[in-house]
Ligand binder design. Structure first.
Ligand code: AMP
Length: 189
């Protein structure tokens, strides 16, 4: 099973990915987590990415697509994977199609979690409290920019997948368990 989870910051992509990982035995590929790992290691790519992430902007398509291409070639992805936070631009979506087709693979599903924008700030502030401020981009100011970037660059990714009919939407304003149940219903259909 090869999935893409789409949705704005605070939609619950990470939480739902973890649940799918547990129930389906596939791996979660969070590009945000990969970048945060690079920052923690202090690699040149990490140092460059941190500035961009702290502003709420996107790192370059080439860099992130390179990271994903390398990652999906690892053995643990052979049973399937869930992409959390990638693709975030139409160019990335096109790269993903290309890297999968080169391996003779296709996406199983794209699930978009929709949430009222008015709920996102509260969710991000809650996450900041719960994680003790571990993410330097979880604050009101950066969220504003992350949402602007989402509207401008990531919302078109949903349209890209709508053209092929592979995308399904789930109401992310439901309780967490209900969101999980809705996603499972799509995956089992
Ligand atoms: P996330 O953990 O998915 O919210 O990602 C945190 C930050 O990492 C984003 O705001 C971007 O700056 C960067 N990032 C994560 N995934 C991508 C991606 N696919 N393309 C570009 N930047 C990304």
């Amino acid at each position: 099973m090869k999935l893409v989870l789409l949705g704005p910051p605070g939609a619950g992509k990470g939480t739902q990915s973890q649940r799918i990982v547990e129930s389906r035995g596939i791996v979660q590929l969070s590009t945000g987590d990969m970048l945060r790992a690079a920052i923690a290691e202090g690699t040149p790519a990490g140092i460059q990415a941190k500035k961009i992430m702290d502003r709420g902007d996107l790192v370059s398509d080439d860099m992130i697509s390179g990271i994903v291409k390398d990652r999906i070639g690892h053995d643990d992805c052979s049973k399937g994977f869930i992409l959390d936070g990638f693709p975030r631009t139409v160019t990335q979506a096109e790269s993903l199609d290309k890297m999968l087709s080169e391996k003779g693979l296709k996406l199983t599903a794209v699930v978009e979690i929709t949430v009222d924008e008015s709920a996102l700030l509260e969710r991000i502030e809650k996450r900041a409290r719960e994680t003790g401020g571990a993410r330097s981009d979880d604050n009101a100011e950066t969220l504003k920019q992350r949402l602007a970037v989402y509207r401008e660059r990531t919302a078109p990714v949903s349209d890209y997948y709508r053209k092929t009919g592979i995308i399904s939407s789930v109401d992310g304003m439901q309780e967490i368990d209900e969101v999980t149940a809705s996603i499972n219903a799509i995956l089992d259909a």
